[in-house]
Design a protein around this ligand. Structure first.
Ligand code: ASP
Ligand code: MG
Length: 314
């Protein structure tokens, strides 16, 4: 007979991994361990960015039109397949190669229009969004190879913006879509969701602006009433300045969410500018941690949340 604790539904936790956290096979292995451990105590939803520097490469193609992109596309293909070779079973590798090939081919017409100076805002978004469409199936396949039940999810069907020219999220529609989608997941299934990407009313892809995966993760955490959003990166928390650039950067151990919202809007925390807003509304705590030193972190909690220890112990 199951006990009361056993039958209680697991809390939802959203884990977000930025580009540096999935930048090479070693980092993706650490992601797998973190997801696996978290999934023993939580229902986990994972948000992933493009592999480190991939969005910059795509952005450079937009800024500097050229008639032939074959070499750059081949480099992108190779970089992803090299990681896939180290992480995926043979069968998963075959499927991933085909998926990657499709996504790469899909951006060629838009790149051609860029070269002809005939591209639209939607072409640009479609090209920029490709990095997450390359990375998410890779991470999902790596998790499956490690024995977990995982699938990749394109966030265009979850996050809706009001217009094609602005990343103006329709919160109500997005939350409805996210909640409906979440109910379709199998027990124990771990979705890997594309960060940065949203759907326009016409059904086309738009982006949430650079660094937008943070915002994707906070929208999901808020819509699903997660007990915590964990943002994994390559520095161990939030700092008063960029710790990679300033020796004087001070680390925040605990930040009140209301203060974090102000600092973040002033672009002082290194996260997408809208990251805190949905969390503040739903009072969902945020923990910022490093893949490299897993003990240290910054905890961002709403004012009424009096005991950070409770979260630290989980
Ligand atoms: N890949 C996108 C970027 O580099 C989104 C993100 O990383 O959050 O801006
Ligand atoms: Mg990023």
């Amino acid at each position: 007979m199951s006990t009361l604790t056993e039958s209680r539904p697991l809390p939802v936790r959203v884990l977000k991994f930025g580009g540096s956290s999935v930048g090479d096979p070693g980092a993706i292995c650490r992601v797998i361990d973190i997801v696996q451990t978290s999934a023993t105590k939580n229902r986990v939803v994972v948000v992933v960015s493009a592999l480190a520097r991939v969005t910059n490469t795509l952005d450079a193609m937009l800024r500097d039109p050229a008639p032939d992109r074959a070499k750059e596309l081949l480099n992108l293909y190779r970089r992803h397949v090299d990681s896939a070779r180290e992480l995926l079973s043979e069968a998963e590798l075959e499927t991933y190669r085909a998926t990657l090939g499709n996504h790469l081919s899909n951006i060629i017409p838009a790149l051609r229009r860029v070269n002809q100076h005939a591209s639209t805002h939607l072409d640009a978004a479609h090209i920029l969004a490709a990095g997450e469409r390359f990375s998410v199936p890779l991470v999902a396949a790596a998790l499956r190879t490690a024995g977990l039940n995982s699938r990749s999810v394109d966030a265009t069907s979850l996050i809706r913006v009001d217009s094609v020219s602005e990343s103006d999220v329709d919160h109500k529609k997005s939350y409805d879509q996210i909640r409906r989608w979440y109910k379709t997941l199998q027990p124990g299934e771990i979705p890997i969701v594309t960060g940065f990407i949203a759907g326009a009313p016409c059904g086309r892809t738009v982006t949430l602006g650079r660094g937008g995966s943070d915002f994707t993760a906070s929208l999901l955490a808020s819509a699903l009433n997660a007990n915590l959003l964990e943002r994994w990166t390559d520095v161990d928390g939030l700092f008063s300045a960029d710790p990679k650039e300033s020796g004087k950067a001070e680390k925040y151990e605990v930040l009140r969410m209301e203060d974090a919202e102000i600092l973040n809007h002033a672009n002082k925390l290194g996260m997408h500018e809208h990251t805190i807003t949905p969390l503040l509304a739903s009072r969902t705590p945020l923990r910022v941690r490093s893949l490299l030193s897993q003990g240290a972190d910054t905890l961002v909690i709403p004012i009424t949340e009096s005991s950070p220890r409770r979260l630290r112990a989980q």
